[in-house]
Design a protein around this ligand. Structure first.
Ligand SMILES: [Zn+2]
Length: 105
């Protein structure tokens, strides 16, 4: 095989690894995993940088499911009503917040 062929294979492996990581990370955060997974296949490392910037910025806060107060995403309890935030509610909180942000645009 020519040296160019090895180069292309190497680039494909890097892009695929990046896309897989972004897909898994987006899935964990309740983001649109297919969109991000596909985006990760387009370019390296700019796709990854954009992904990190966007997800880390949007997800800094979640909405308390009990009183709808905005709280930090890492909070164990709502700082307003004291409701305990479960892992499930945390993920739902992300999703609701993203949905409402998209509606406002
Ligand atoms: Zn609350």
């Amino acid at each position: 095989m020519k040296i160019e062929t090895y180069g292309i294979i190497l680039v494909l492996i890097i892009l695929f690894t990046q896309a897989t990581w972004m897909f898994n990370d987006a899935s964990k955060r309740g983001e649109q995993k297919w969109l991000w997974g596909f985006f990760g296949l387009i370019h390296c490392p700019s796709s990854l940088i954009i992904y990190l910037l966007v997800t880390r910025r949007i997800n800094r806060q979640i909405t308390c499911p009990h009183c709808l107060y905005s709280i930090k995403k890492d909070s164990q309890y709502c700082s307003y009503c004291g409701h305990e935030i479960t892992e499930e509610e945390r993920i739902e909180g992300f999703q609701n917040r993203i949905d409402s942000e998209q509606k406002n645009k």
